[in-house]
Design a protein around this ligand. Structure first.
Ligand code: ATP
Ligand code: MG
Ligand code: MG
Length: 552
């Protein structure tokens, strides 16, 4: 594991430990269980867990489950699985909904201090009276209700005596504040909905801006790290902690969220892709979800290294998707065994090879790592090569197979083409070659040189396999896309050719391959055995990345 480099958040932590403000730090990763985690969340996970690791602190996994309308236990389970898979162990697991009673009591405290009131305005009316950046808001006619009346009405809200939207609890701060978030924000709303954790126990639910600071303070979180959109909410965060008289005072610190080119990165949009059938599931290999990346073949190691390398900053930026690819290539180049697969087969008959004979050839599994051992691959009179590795009338500098040309078969022999067999329509269906037994791989033959080396599989024993080749799901994301602005346009940017499915062959020893096994298919790139769609009858491979990129 590479250590994460220095950043402004780390510097704050170092200062706080040196000054004695904190003896030990506590961070948290607080997902709302309303979708699967994506690569942006991974950045936050790595940041929070690495900080605690480095300074011997602790990290909580906390489900920020205060909105029953969108949350589901399926998401809770997937989030736990993904955090673990990324290689992190939380010190404690919490549900914000377990704090509902305390949050309620703190709200009653606010009311009693004259800092909160029950408001009968509708959501629209509240929005209309909030004012604008240039104009102050208008005070609600319910703002000066007595403490007794507010206590009574809030209790009735809690007891289910009002319908959804009939009343809200609002903070009493300042309708003229230059910060819109401070203009009497809503703290509680009514929602007669079953909650995944608390069932029907509550029909009032705290708003994010009220709940989140309390959650942090209840858990004694020292550094509450969130994304930049919450910078303007920080005064309200501090107001809630202070006015609710929380014994512990967490510090909110904002950093720029991760954006990646050609990628939508918001659970809302990702859910839409699933719901509208653009992709098959949250773990579709084209998705930037942790589950999708895993199924595609990304390793936790590559994702962690990527997150550490991109760094933590205050300024918005967009990371090139090729950088993520760089880290998986780096990992798999070192760790993935090599093998051969023919994706678009063309049959070769080696006319001077004895009929019925099969010999076993030895092939190394990794040219740079002897400890990965060798494997045996069968060779005989009929093999498959890639269609694109043969041309009847090649252009100059084509070094693969063409009539009269000799090439090397990886791990096997030189072969030379002498005949082309075509069907009635003139399509090439079979190539006839001769081989030279002197040129066997590993014998040190130096008699003559050839320029092309082709991969191949033996026709008789090769195993049929499906290959899924991918292109980015979303086209164009050059410009910074702020959340919300993306909404209208992102469905128009879907790449209609994000997947190509083809049927080819792999070496017979791949019979042993299991879901999530990763290979470098010689000349094709890195592939992962799909864990869901692979069956005893059929291997399915997901292309992870090609062998090369232009990224430096
Ligand atoms: P989304 O907009 O995708 O729904 P969110 O921020 O609403 O994301 P949460 O479940 O609330 O999702 O996020 C959990 C944590 O992950 C938060 O602390 C949030 O700041 C962080 N996070 C979410 N998206 C990103 C991102 N793109 N880059 C960095 N951190 C992120
Ligand atoms: Mg959210
Ligand atoms: Mg969001």
């Amino acid at each position: 594991n590479k250590p994460s480099s220095s950043n402004f958040i780390k510097n704050i932590v170092i200062q706080d430990l040196e000054s004695g403000k904190h003896k030990e730090i506590i961070t948290r990763f607080p997902p709302e269980p309303n979708g699967y985690l994506h690569i942006g969340h991974a950045k936050s996970i790595v940041l929070n867990f690495d900080l605690a690791d480095e300074f011997k602190g602790t990290t909580n996994l906390r489900f920020d489950d205060t909105n029953p309308l969108k949350e589901d236990t399926e998401y809770v389970e997937s989030i736990k699985e993904d955090v673990k898979w990324l290689g992190f162990d939380w010190d404690a697991l919490y549900f914000a909904s377990d704090y509902f009673e305390e949050m309620y009591q703190r709200a009653v405290l606010l009311i009693k201090k004259g800092k909160a009131y029950v408001c009968d305005l509708t959501a629209d009316e509240i929005r209309e009276t909030r004012g604008t950046l240039k104009h102050p808001g208008k005070e609600s006619p319910y703002r000066n209700r007595s403490v007794e009346e507010n206590v009574d009405l809030f209790e009735k809200m809690k007891n289910g005596q009002f319908v959804d939207g009939q009343k809200v609890l609002r903070a009493k701060i300042d309708m003229t504040s230059p910060n819109m978030n401070m203009r009497d924000p809503v703290l509680y709303r009514i929602a007669h909905t079953t909650h995944h954790n608390t069932g029907d126990q509550w029909c009032i639910y705290p708003m994010y801006d009220y709940a989140h600071p309390l959650e942090d303070a209840i858990e004694d979180v020292t550094h509450s790290i969130c994304t930049l959109e919450f910078e303007d909410h920080r005064p309200l965060y501090n107001w809630v902690v202070e006015e609710c008289e929380m014994p512990s005072q967490p510090q909110q610190i904002e950093f720029a969220r991760l954006n990646i080119t050609n990628t939508v990165m918001s659970k809302r949009f990702l859910k839409q892709l699933v719901d509208e059938g653009v992709v098959n599931s949250w773990d579709d290999p084209r998705m930037p979800t942790i589950a999708g990346l895993r199924r595609r073949g990304y390793t936790a190691n590559a994702i962690r290294n990527f997150c550490r390398e991109i760094g933590v900053a205050k300024a918005h930026s967009v990371v090139d998707s090729q950088m993520l690819e760089h880290f998986i290539r780096e990992d798999l180049n070192e760790n993935a065994p090599r093998t051969m697969a023919v994706l678009r087969p063309l049959k070769i008959v080696i006319t001077n090879y004895p009929e019925g004979q099969v010999e076993m050839l030895e092939a190394e599994n990794h040219p740079g790592d002897e400890s990965m051992g060798t494997r045996q691959i069968p060779f005989s009179r009929e093999i498959y090569i890639e269609q694109e590795d043969f041309m009847e009338n090649p252009p100059k500098k084509y070094f693969r197979l063409f009539p009269g040309n000799e090439v090397r078969l990886k791990h096997a022999y030189f072969i030379k083409c002498h005949d082309v067999v075509k069907d009635a329509d003139g399509n090439v269906v079979e190539i006839h070659c001769t081989y030279d037994p002197e040129t066997k791989s590993g014998t040190g033959f130096t008699g003559r040189k050839v320029k092309g080396t082709l991969h191949w599989v033996n026709a008789q024993e090769a195993i049929a396999a499906e290959f899924r080749l991918y292109e980015p799901l979303i086209l164009d994301s050059e410009k910074q896309v702020e959340e919300g602005q993306e909404e209208k346009s992102f469905l128009d940017k879907i790449n209609p050719q994000s997947i190509e499915v083809i049927q080819g062959f792999v070496e017979p020893n791949m019979q042993k391959a299991k879901g999530q096994d990763k290979f470098q298919l010689f000349r094709h790139g890195y592939f992962n055995v799909d864990p869901k769609d692979t069956t005893a009858e059929k291997l399915v491979f997901n292309q992870i990345v090609s062998l090369k990129s232009s990224f430096k």
